[in-house]
Design a protein around this ligand. Sequence first.
Ligand code: 2OM
Length: 251
Amino acid sequence: MITILYSLSYINILVILKTKFWQNNNFNQRNNKVDTMKIKNNLILALDVMSESEAIEICDSIKDHIDTIKIGYPLALAEGLEIINKLKDQFGFKVICDFKVADIDATNSKICDETFKAGADAIICHGFVGSDSVQACLDMADKHGKELFLLTEMSHPGAKMFLQKNAEEIAEMGVEMGIRNYVAPATRLDRLSIIRDIVGDDAFIISPGVGKQGGDGKKTLEYSNAIIVGRSIYEADNPETACENLIKSLE
Ligand code: 2OM
C-alpha cells in the first residue's frame, strides 16, 4: 500500500513538473497535451559549429531573434554534453538534441536518458528502426517530462534511396504511437505536404533544409510549424543580419 501511494505521488510530481516546464517555456498545454509548441519566429538554429567559443559568439549575436536551438553530434562531440546546459544557462534557450537515435530499444533508452539528464528539452529519433525502438525513446521522454521528435523523411538527396519509400509508414506509425512532434523535409514540399496530411494539423512539424539545401522558408511554413536553419546563419559574415533577413523573408 505504502509503495503504491509512494509511486502515485512520484507520478504526480512528474506530471506537475512537466506541466510547469512547458508552461515556463511557452509551450501551451490543454488536457495534458501539448497543443502548440511556441518557437520564436518559427525559426530553430542548427548550431553545428565545432567549438564552445564559436557557439557562444553565434548565440550571442542571434539571441534576440531565436529562442530554440538544435545541437547535434558536431558540437556535442566537440565539446561534450555539458554544452547543452552552458548554452541554456547563458541564453535561456530551449535545446533540441539532434542525435537521430536509431538503435535497439535498450540502447535507445540509455541514449535518451543521458541526453535528457544533460539538459535537453527534446530529442530527435529515427523512425525506420521500428516501433519498439521509438517507444523506448518516447518512454524515456515521458519519464523526464521532455519531448520526442520523430524523423520521418530526411531532406538530403540520398533520402530518396531508402528512407522516402517508407516515410509515410513511419509517419503513420508515429500517429498510432501518439507521437505529436515530427521532422520532415523543407527541400521537398510535396513530401512535406503528404507527411502533414498523415500526422494531422495538430501535430508539430519542424523542417530542415531551408537555405543551403535549397528549401524556401516561407513556403515550408505553409506546411510546417518551424524551420531549422544552420549554415545560412552561422556561416554568414553577420549572423544577426542573416537571421533578421531570413525572418523578414518569412512574413
Ligand atoms: O542545417 C540543417 C540541419 O538540419 C543540420 O543540423 C542537419 O544535420 C539537420 N538535418 C537535415 N536534414 C534532415 C535531418 C536533420 P543547414 O538537414 O533530414 O541549414 O546548415 O543545412 C534534422 O534536422 O533532423
